[in-house]
Design a protein around this ligand. Structure first.
Ligand code: UDP
Length: 469
């Protein structure tokens, strides 16, 4: 690959500092490099120091500051103060980064920034660079936020159902949680609405979805704000296999068990017999909900692999699972029904033939990963876009079911058990599995040569190369 002075466009990609935002932007970086550009992922100093990433042969790594270099988000007084400092320190240090690269062989040509960091576009434009927000959530979710931001949809919602092209009529519980629970997390609600603060100045608006998955809403939104679909951004090995050595994301904010524990445990289980349970990198269940989940898994009677982050581990009701599961169990104990781990290589797990369904919080990456490997889901959304993703999973793509929450806000064990049984062991479940395989094929096609996302990425790459001329 040519690497001389000015011979490749250089993009700096700036994700929001969390696992679910870093993963897709890192993957997009690799894709751009495979198409002849140079990409540098700029995480915060705190994330960089805590991940201790190994240098990647593909993507350069660098840092900006969120104003909390020692402890990141946990150090901040509130969400509001964190976001304000991230914007101030982030703008300053992103400018410094651009200036630093100016005196190298690779001056920066373009900033691709997480759409929830709109200040990065102001920085890009100050330096006369190409600027492109990268939306890490479903187009349907982004469209709802667009409507609210521009006053086309009033919050609290006055008239139900809400209609979005390509989606069945939406009730309140199908909307993103900031709308569903009016007034919740005001700082985050402002953050998602402000994604559209300055998009008219952006050169491209990139979205991590694929056209076939959300065609009608992509077309509708594009009439108001032209969007470019570039997903799914899962490692190429699970899609078109064209990006060399792209087997995994490679940057984990949590300690990954590198031993063969999980794969050996899965290998000892029959095909489609295991329920994989994970609530992503942020969501946290309370004690009562953990207990209901444990009972639901136990009563379901299927094998289960449950990710419980180290910070949540004290909530695992070991007395319920005593005879059924071990925490970090020895894989030799094949008779055990369950295995609980702190963090796993999720895509590798999902693509293992032993997995029968994914019991998920419906984070967008988790959803895209399950679609990409063709695994049906039980959705138990917690907040933000997850409620709407669950609607899409159940009623649009028909690849899963969504649990019902009772009047006390708890998902009961019988509900959990029933939903798992439905996906694992019913005629409807078989249909979901067939649908999941269909989406898997379409996702792969989108990223393969000449597919919808591939063509879009090629157009973006050409634009960057031409803008350097
Ligand atoms: N993930 C992982 N190992 C785990 C659990 C999650 O690698 O044990 C990854 C998962 O593959 C996904 C990301 O963490 O890429 C979570 O992103 P998502 O959008 O699903 O949820 P969030 O963490 O943002 O709520």
């Amino acid at each position: 690959m040519e690497d001389g002075k000015g011979s490749r466009g250089h993009l700096v990609l700036v994700p929001y500092p969390s696992q679910g935002h870093i993963n897709p932007m890192l993957q997009f970086s690799k894709r751009l490099v495979s198409k002849g550009l140079k990409a540098t992922l700029a995480t915060t100093v705190f994330i960089f120091n805590s991940m201790k990433p190994e240098p990647s042969p593909l993507v350069g790594l660098d840092t900006i500051s969120d104003g909390h270099d020692g402890g990141g988000f946990s150090e901040a007084e509130s969400i509001h103060t964190y976001l304000a400092r991230l914007a101030a320190a982030g703008s300053k240090t992103l400018s410094d980064l651009i200036v630093k690269y100016r005196s190298t062989d690779h001056p920066v040509d373009c900033i691709v920034y997480d759409s929830i960091l709109p200040w990065a576009l102001d920085v890009a434009k100050e330096f006369g660079l190409v600027g492109a927000p990268f939306f890490t959530q479903a187009c349907a979710v982004d469209y709802i936020y667009y409507l609210v931001h521009h006053g086309h949809l009033k919050v609290p919602v006055e008239s139900l159902p809400v209609c979005v092209p390509g989606l069945p009529p939406l009730e309140l519980r199908d909307m993103p949680s900031f709308i569903y629970v009016a007034g919740s997390y005001p700082a985050y609600f402002e953050l998602v609405l402000h994604q559209f603060l300055n998009t008219e100045k952006a050169d491209w608006v990139l979205i991590n979805t694929f056209y076939e998955l959300e065609a009608e809403v992509v077309d509708t939104m594009s009439k108001l704000c032209p969007v470019t679909t570039i997903g799914p951004t899962v490692p190429s090995m699970y899609l078109d296999k064209r990006v060399e050595n792209d087997f995994e994301y490679g940057l984990n904010l949590f300690t990954l068990d590198k031993s063969t524990l999980i794969t050996n445990w899965l290998r000892s289980k029959p095909p489609s017999s295991v329920v994989y349970v994970s609530f992503g990198s942020i969501s946290s269940l309370d004690h009562q909900q953990m207990e209901e989940l444990a009972w639901g898994l136990k009563q379901g009677g299927f094998h289960f692999l449950w990710v419980v982050r180290a910070s949540e581990e004290d909530k695992v009701p070991k007395h319920i699972l005593k005879l059924e599961a071990d925490v970090e169990a020895d894989y030799d104990e094949k008779s055990k029904k369950g295995l609980i781990v702190n963090w796993c290589p999720q895509l590798e797990v999902l693509s293992n033939e032993a997995i029968g369904c994914f019991f998920t919080h419906c984070g967008w990456n988790s959803t895209m990963e399950a679609l990409s490997v063709g695994v049906p889901m039980v959705g138990m959304p917690q907040w933000t876009d997850q409620t709407m993703d669950a609607k899409l999973i159940q009623d649009v793509w028909e690849v899963g079911v969504r649990v019902r929450v009772d009047d006390d806000g708890v998902v009961r064990r019988r509900e959990i058990e029933g939903c798992i049984r439905e996906v694992m062991d019913s005629e409807r479940g078989k249909e979901m599995r067939r649908n999941a395989k269909k989406w898997k094929a379409l996702g792969r096609e989108a990223m393969s040569e000449g597919g919808s996302s591939d063509k879009n990425i090629d157009a973006f790459v050409s634009y960057i190369k031409n803008s350097m001329a």
